[in-house]
Design a protein around this ligand. Structure first.
Ligand SMILES: Nc1ncnc2c1ncn2[C@@H]1O[C@H](COP(=O)(O)OP(=O)(O)OP(=O)(O)O)[C@@H](O)[C@H]1O
Ligand SMILES: [Mg+2]
Length: 205
């Protein structure tokens, strides 16, 4: 089983959206996925309440993360995702790999991203920074953030980009993953690439 945590210090950077889309991609590939909503605002649970589909399983954690991991293994889960936030950041240390979404529109946006990376780096969990809602990958602020992250000992994997897209927004309006509504979109491709990286990294360890 692969345990992925999304960890974000700043609100609205897309942590929950990435968690739900990674779970959606896992399901699309035939894996059994479960999202545990560790965030204070319970946005992932909102997805569960609005969706008709049973997939993916979305639950409130009831016991400590290590026991949740064991429980998920017993339930035959292949991909377990912790959606965490500032308050539940420590939970991410029990994951196999941590996805840290951030934005690259200025230091007030990238600052929390680095702060966040620092929290998990001590625990030697691989960290994958994701610049989300990128409108133009050639924007110098995006280039600067990518280069800074790639040269930083804090981020253990090269940063990746997920663009700002109408498809992502519209899928979320329907409480679906982008792969379900727009499987041929660039956004769905980006999520697939992200998932591939997470799988590849975890099987190398
Ligand atoms: N790549 C994207 N393209 C378009 N819209 C996006 C993208 N990523 C996130 N959004 C939108 O930004 C909003 C915030 O996303 P999300 O709820 O996933 O962030 P979060 O980091 O979990 O925030 P919170 O701190 O509130 O939990 C949502 O309305 C979502 O649809
Ligand atoms: Mg959230």
């Amino acid at each position: 089983m692969l345990t992925i945590a999304t960890l974000h210090y700043k609100g609205g950077v897309g942590g929950t959206l990435l968690a739900m889309n990674l779970a959606g991609e896992a399901c699309r590939r035939g894996y059994k996925a479960r999202v545990l909503d560790y965030a204070h605002n319970k946005c992932a649970l909102d997805w569960k309440n609005q969706r008709e589909s049973e997939w993916p399983e979305i639950q409130l954690p009831v016991v400590n993360p290590l026991i949740e991991i064991r429980r998920a293994e017993q339930d035959g889960i292949d991909v377990l995702i912790f959606d965490t936030d500032r308050k539940s950041a420590a939970t991410a240390q029990d994951a196999d790999i941590v996805v840290v979404p951030g934005r690259a529109t200025g230091t007030h946006e990238t600052g929390p991203l680095f702060e966040c990376v620092e929290v998990v780096v001590g625990s030697r969990v691989p960290v994958l920074p994701v610049l989300n809602k990128v409108e133009n990958p050639d924007d110098e602020r995006v280039q600067f953030a990518m280069a800074t992250l790639d040269n930083s000992p804090l981020a253990t994997l090269p940063a990746m980009i997920v663009g700002r897209s109408r498809e992502m927004d519209e899928a979320e309006d329907h409480w679906k993953a982008v792969q379900e509504m727009y499987p041929d979109s660039q956004a769905a491709d980006e999520i697939r690439a992200l998932f591939d990286t997470l799988i590849a990294r975890s099987s190398r360890d």
